[in-house]
Design a protein around this ligand. Structure first.
Ligand code: DX5
Ligand code: ZN
Length: 229
């Protein structure tokens, strides 16, 4: 499983929140064939965020149809109560929110012992300083560039300094931690997030709401590769 965590270059993680739920298998196949490396799966519980989305049954149903790394973003109040179900369903990487009222070090330890990659996420109002201490323990840090809860929102440019701060900390401390940005990613904002230091980009609407999701994804990939040259 861990070989799915690619070490180099910027990873694209299309979010199935904006996919066709009546045809998930087809939509996932499209982005996989177009070169996505991860699949971002947004889990919401109606408490931590005002929306309900995907549960472990859906993850289990799509797992046999994809070889992508399943990047499960838990926007739920009690990640400690539910991570095992998502692990059993086929998650590779599970990200919880710093703002969730749980013992984070214990949660990370438990998930790691089970063989999972782990991530921690911060909402727009949470500063980087809140999670600086646990960065050495996680495989990924996720900066929300919209208020979590819904796809299709506008990228918050005021989050750029947080991405830059995290990139500086990760590089200075030589941490093996991916830096993911989620929310409002488009062809334009993808380049801004990458320039600030992101190395994993989530894109929901920009990919799945496009007339041709495969070419939308390829266009983002090309623009990023060009910007990194
Ligand atoms: C929002 C979710 C995002 C969402 C992104 O709470 O965490 O992953 O699917 O969607 P876009 O790319 O449309 O902003
Ligand atoms: Zn997400």
């Amino acid at each position: 499983m861990s070989k799915r965590l690619l070490k180099n270059s910027v990873v694209l993680a299309p979010s199935i929140l904006s996919a066709n739920f009546a045809n998930l298998k087809k939509d996932i196949g499209l982005v996989e064939k177009a070169g996505a490396q991860w699949l971002h799966i947004d889990v919401m519980d109606g408490h931590f965020v005002p929306n309900l989305t995907i549960g472990p049954a859906v993850v289990k149903a799509i797992r046999p149809h994809s070889r992508l790394l399943f990047d499960v973003h838990l926007m739920i109040e009690r990640p400690d109560h539910y991570w095992k179900q998502f692990h059993a369903a086929g998650a590779d990487l599970i990200t919880f929110h710093h703002e969730a009222p749980v013992n984070q070090r214990k949660l990370i330890r438990d998930m790691k012992r089970a063989g999972l990659k782990t991530g921690v996420s911060i909402k727009p109002d949470t500063p980087v300083s809140a999670i600086a201490g646990i960065l050495p323990l996680v495989d990924l840090v996720l900066v929300m560039t919209v208020e979590p809860g819904f796809g299709g929102q506008k990228y918050r440019h005021d989050m750029v300094p947080k991405i830059q701060q995290l990139r500086a900390i990760i590089d200075r401390r030589k941490l093996a931690c991916r830096l993911e940005v989620d929310g409002g990613i488009t062809l334009e904002t993808a380049l801004i997030a990458v320039a600030a230091g992101a190395d994993v980009l989530v894109a929901g609407n920009a990919v799945f709401a496009a007339a041709n999701p495969a070419s939308a994804l390829k266009r983002i990939r090309k623009a990023i590769d060009k910007s990194l040259k």
